[in-house]
Each structure stands twice: as structure tokens, then as C-alpha cells.
Design a protein around this ligand. Structure first.
Ligand code: BTN
Length: 325
């Protein structure tokens, strides 16, 4: 919820476009203390507003954060299904939760939920997903594939390939995939994908693909504990990117790959996925819930299951694990 002071502050700036407004003028207009004004100015900066502050003159907004409204995403989107229905939210707990509700209510295939901020963004293995306002892409996509339940994890791999292709199309960066769902740039995580299901008696009702793509964060925007392991496109390339353009590109690539998958099966996707994979041929450690397997990553099976050959030559099939390179 936006506070009343913040709303009035933004109104004051829009009513006096390009003019400097002093802390005292703002405090008098809004009817609050100068300390409150200062606090809200700092909040706006954290949310991506650029404010110029000049002594004896005051503050002026020089740049507002880019939004990703449904209209902006739709402008130029040429997909048939994906993104034809877009639910845009300013702030939600998790786009996955919203998408689950919509999927349950029989929303159409390809429905997309996008939020500017998630207060309870979630990752794999019950982890939190840090999703601050206006900086990244926090999106969930509803698919309704007619495939057997055990094949559902393949969709995570398809989604990972789509994100890599979109990033390659719009940036000069070379992302790589770490099985099953992490997309890294220069060894740091730029995207995470969480695939969840609604099914009844072995029958898939919907697959919800959640993507968290770090786009415009600066290094200091990440909490200290993430700075060594996470990155954003802006950090890696040194420029800001349009989040709507990235969303459009991801949806376009995902739809193409999804159609190939439905028509020809997983094999063509597997070839693409392996060409982007960071770990194939390398020695890795797979930490599963029950043990740790160390060995050479041989590739994935036609079902998207990771194959590791340990030092004694035994082949292990990994369905769910954390991978250490
Ligand atoms: C992971 O790497 O652990 C997966 C992270 C997935 C994060 C995305 S952000 C959009 C969607 N909503 C969520 O709560 N999670 C996913």
C-alpha cells in the first residue's frame, strides 16, 4: 500500500514538473515534517526514481522508474497464446500464488501474471526469492500441456532455453544454464525458474512456470549475502534494459519452443538445452535430499533427468538436487 505522504509527494512533483521543490515547501504543501519528506525521498530513490537535490533550491525528479504495464508488454507482442491475457499487479505476495488461483479458475492457456514487486517471492526448495520493486521481472505463466505427469519437469528446461535465447537476442551477454533451472552470467545467478503443477489423478490441469529475472538491479541493491552469488543484466552489461522488451522476447521464444515440444517431443529441446548447459562434461557435486553424488555430468536424459557418472563408473539419475560446480 502506498502511503498518503508518498502519494501527495508524487502529486506535488507532477503538478510542478521540472521545478525544484524545497523540503520546507513540500512539508508545508503535504502537511508533514521535513524529516518525513526526507524519508520518503529516500524511499523513492530506493524504488528507482532519480532525484536531483540542489542546495537552497530543493528536489526535482529527473527520471521515473520504468513500469511494465500490461499495455506496454502487449505493444508489439506477436504470440498466439502466451501473454494474450496479462494480469499486472503493482505488488503481490507471489505471482505463483496469483497464477495458481487463476489456473484453478480455468483461465486460458498462456495467461501471464507479472508484478512490479513480490513481498513473499519463493524459490525452489522453500527458499525465498528476493523481488524488489521495478528492477526485475517477476512473472508466472500458465500452460496446460497434454503430457503425462512425469514429463512436467521438461517444461522447466524449455523455459530456461527461452530465457537464454531472449537474453542473447537483446543483450551482448552469454548466459549459461546450470541444471535444472538456474541461468548464470559469469558464474553468478541472473534467473531462477520455479515450475509448479496442478494435477488430478495423474492428469495435468496446469503447469505454472515462475521466472525471476534480475534485470536492472545495481550491486548495492542486492542484500549483502547475495552479492557474491547473484547478478543482473545491468550489472553485467553496464546499461539498463527495458523489462517489457525482455518479457515479450521470453514469451515469444517460449511459445516457439513449446510448439516444437508439443509437435516433436523433447529431443530438439534437449539438444538446445545441452548446448547452453554449463556443467556438461565437468565434475560436479549434486546435493540431493538424502545424499551427495560427485562425478562427471554426462548430460540429460530424454526426460530431462540429469545423468552423473561417479568415480567408480556408476551412472546416477538425478531428479532433484542442488548442483555445485
Ligand atoms: C529458484 O531459482 O529457486 C526459482 C526462483 C523463481 C522465482 C520466481 S519470481 C516469479 C515467481 N513467483 C515466485 O514467487 N517465484 C517465481
Amino acid at each position: 500500500m502506498q502511503s498518503e505522504i508518498r502519494k501527495k509527494l508524487l502529486d506535488a512533483f507532477s503538478n510542478n514538473e521540472d521545478q525544484y521543490l524545497s523540503g520546507q515547501t513540500l512539508a508545508d504543501t503535504i502537511g508533514c515534517s521535513r524529516t518525513a519528506i526526507w524519508k520518503h525521498i529516500e524511499e523513492l530513490r530506493k524504488d528507482g526514481f532519480e532525484l536531483e537535490a540542489i542546495r537552497n533550491k530543493g528536489y526535482r525528479i529527473v527520471k521515473t522508474p520504468e513500469r511494465v504495464s500490461a499495455d506496454e508488454i502487449r505493444l508489439g507482442l506477436k504470440t498466439k497464446y502466451l501473454g494474450q491475457s496479462i494480469h499486472y499487479e503493482d505488488a503481490v505476495d507471489s505471482t505463483q500464488r496469483v497464477a495458481h488461483r487463476l489456473a484453478y479458475d480455468q483461465s486460458m492457456e498462456g495467461t501471464v501474471v507479472v508484478a512490479e514487486e513480490q513481498t513473499l517471492g519463493r524459490g525452489r526448495m522453500e527458499r525465498k526469492w528476493y523481488s524488489p520493486k521495478y528492477t526485475g521481472i517477476w512473472m508466472s505463466i500458465i500452460l496446460r500441456p497434454k503430457i503425462p505427469l512425469p514429463k512436467a519437469p521438461q517444461l522447466t528446461l524449455i523455459a530456461a532455453v527461452a530465457v537464454v535465447q531472449a537474453i542473447e537476442e537483446l543483450t551482448e551477454l552469454t548466459p549459461q544454464i546450470k541444471w535444472p533451472n538456474d541461468i548464470l552470467i559469469n558464474g553468478k545467478k541472473m534467473t531462477g525458474i520455479l515450475t509448479e503443477l496442478q494435477a488430478e489423478a495423474d492428469q495435468i490441469n496446469s503447469v505454472i512456470i515462475g521466472m525471476g529475472i534480475n534485470v536492472n538491479q545495481k550491486l548495492e541493491d542486492f542484500p549483502i549475502e547475495l552479492r557474491e552469488i547473484a547478478t543482473s543484466l545491468a550489472i553485467e552489461q553496464g546499461v539498463y534494459f527495458s523489462r517489457s522488451a525482455i518479457i515479450r522476447s521470453v514469451l515469444t521464444h517460449l511459445e516457439k519452443l513449446y510448439f516444437i515440444y508439443i509437435e516433436k517431443g523433447f529431443f530438439p529441446i534437449k539438444i538446445l538445452w545441452e548446448s547452453y548447459a554449463i556443467s556438461i562434461g565437468k565434475t560436479i557435486k549434486a546435493r540431493t535430499l538424502s545424499n551427495v553424488i560427485e562425478g562427471k555430468a554426462l548430460g540429460i536424459t530424454d526426460d530431462g533427468v540429469l545423468r552423473i557418472e561417479d568415480h567408480s563408473g556408476e551412472i546416477h539419475y538425478i531428479y532433484s538436487a542442488d548442483i555445485e560446480l
